[in-house]
Design a protein around this ligand. Structure first.
Ligand SMILES: [Zn+2]
Length: 210
């Protein structure tokens, strides 16, 4: 079976399964427990309208999860079916032709199944780079990043976390003029990726700034 689950979908499943385990611990009624299980499975299946028999069988055990250990075992069985973020160093460099000596993070050190987007900061230029893969096409944005040193809502993952302002500078209509556009995003892009349970906000964010 080919991998068919996006990283954000895997995170969504993980969150649902965690909620199930928590709900299970507090529910003291068998009827409530089994309702929770089937609701969780339903919520997950909604993500995959075009699922085939084999894929459905892989997700079905959600309705059997009773505790944390079983949840973890289920998730680790599912992980190999998460599609890795498709990217190459060459592909990234092409996205930022103006950035000479671009320092691309070592892709071999990243579990590409854990990320729905790639982001890193070049500490020498203080620039933050963001790369997404939409319909097998890489899109890159670069901007400045200023930590706000406080918590706020991230416009990519929608979580309340330590954020900073990501600003993109673009040429204005008149020659020599610039305008800036930006939004608050997580300081830590690794944890941002973990909190991503849908790509909607990420796509909006990129559309707004691109
Ligand atoms: Zn975030």
């Amino acid at each position: 079976m080919k991998s068919f689950i996006r990283t954000d979908q895997f995170n969504f499943i993980k969150r649902q399964v965690q909620n199930l385990v928590n709900g299970h611990a507090t529910a003291n009624d068998d009827g409530v427990r089994s309702a929770l299980k089937s609701m969780t499975l339903e919520r997950v299946l909604v993500l995959f309208p075009l699922i085939d028999e084999e894929q459905a069988q892989l997700l079905q055990p959600i309705s059997l999860i009773d505790n944390k250990e079983e949840a973890e075992a289920f998730l680790s069985q599912l992980k190999p079916y998460v599609m890795p973020f498709e990217v190459s160093e060459q592909g990234i460099k092409k996205l930022f032709p103006k950035a000479k000596k671009l320092k691309v993070p070592s892709l071999a050190e990243i579990d590409l199944r854990d990320i729905a987007y790639l982001s890193w900061t070049d500490t020498t230029s203080n620039k933050r780079y963001i790369v997404i893969n939409r319909d097998s096409k890489l899109i890159g944005i670069e901007g400045s990043f200023t930590p706000s040193n406080q918590k706020g809502v991230c416009s990519i993952c929608n979580s309340h976390k330590e954020v900073g302002m990501f600003l993109v500078k673009e040429k204005g209509k008149e020659q020599g003029t610039f305008k800036t556009k930006g939004n608050y995003i997580c300081h830590d892009s690794q944890s941002c990726n973990k909190n991503l349970t849908s790509l909607d906000k990420l796509n909006n964010f990129v559309d707004l700034l691109k």
